[in-house]
Structure formats: C-alpha cells, structure tokens
Design a protein around this ligand. Sequence first.
Ligand code: ZN
Length: 241
Amino acid sequence: MRTLPRRRVLTWTTQAAVVAGAMALGLPAAAPGDPLTNGTAAGAARRHVRDVLPTVSADAIALTIDDGPDPLWTPQVLDLLRRNRTRATFSLIGRQAKAYPALVKRITAEGHSICNHSMTHPRPFGARSTAAIQQQIEDAQEAIINAGGVAPRLFRAPGGDWRAGVLGAAASLGLVPLGWDVDPRDWSRPGSDTVTNRLLTAQPGDILLCHDGGGDRAQTLESLRNVLPALSHRGLQFVPL
Ligand SMILES: [Zn+2]
C-alpha cells in the first residue's frame, strides 16, 4: 500500500499528538497567526493550497507528483505538463534524485517546485526512530540539492504517515508537512477512467496526488491528458507549491 486513506491520516494528525511530538523534541508549538498554519491544526500536514500559499487565488489548485524522478515516466509527465502550460510539485525520493540528476535539473528549469519525500521511501515511515526519520529527511534534502534542485521547503511523508514523530522531525528541520485533498490511488492502477473521475472531483483550493515513480504509470499519464485541460476549463489554476 503506497498511501493511506484520508480518514487514517486525519486520525493521526490531531493537534494534541502534534503538540506532544513537538514538545518531546523541545520544539515550540506553532505560533498563532503563522500563515502556514492558518486554518490548519498546528503542525498538521497541509491539505489545501492556501495552507501553503496563503495569498494565492481561491481558484488555485496544486498537482503533486510523487516517488520520482523516474527515467521512463518523469520525462513524459514533464512533456505533458509543458504542453498544458501547467506547473506542478514533484515529491522526490532522494535516492532517485541522486540517480537521475538531469531530471531534477529539468524539473527545476521548467518551473516546477520540489518537495522532499525521504531518501529511500521506507514504510511504515512513522514506526522508525526519530533519529532514523530525521536522517531520511536530511539525506534526501542533501541529495536533491546535490542533484541541482532548489532546497525543498516542503516534506511529504512516505505513505502519508503523519505520526507525531514524523511531524516533529519535519518541523525540527524547518520543513512544512505536505498532505493532499484528492487521492485517486493511481498507484494501484484502477484504470485510467477511474483515476480521471477521481481527479475530476477536485474543488478550488485542493491539492491533488499522483505518481510518476514506483511502477507503471501509463494510467496516470493517460488520465492527466484529460484532467489537466478539463480542470483548467473549469477556471482552476494550477500552481506549484
Ligand atoms: Zn510516495
């Protein structure tokens, strides 16, 4: 299983758990008025575009693409995004970034943003020690920067595992935890029509989750060919986070 149902994620991101995790690490709780926590439980994973970019248009949505860069699928996704004049956010695995630096450079050069998605994508991520979690995040940060990417300010936990220790580790490294609103479960290859229909449920302000790594992503590509123009025609504006 690559991602977890939203309900599980929400259970794990209770403010109490987050604050307890932050306190255990000697971190201050998020200050009231911090734009990054506006409308969101302190320290919880951000699930809406305006939780990350408070000043963007209410019609903004964000496409996040996880588990790359991948030598077969990432170039095709980048070509499709360019054809649709769409900028996205790539959640990169550090090990992949280290192996394919030219793709990291291309992602950056074409105006997309980059999110840290751990060094090797181990799961269950939150079951590891705090030191191991921090090491995973730090190693990925270094790998992405060394590959020519801009230093990420966002972190997405493998499998969306937002246990308090994960949120605390991200906070201690100054990274914003990035969640999502719409999960089409494209990684499970349910058919491109199903992926398309799930992505078309997107509402203004939503963060969408797709994958360009970790397996055959032909269904994801086929779906995005339809979804990108369809959502744009509804007046939604894709923004990189
Ligand atoms: Zn992932």
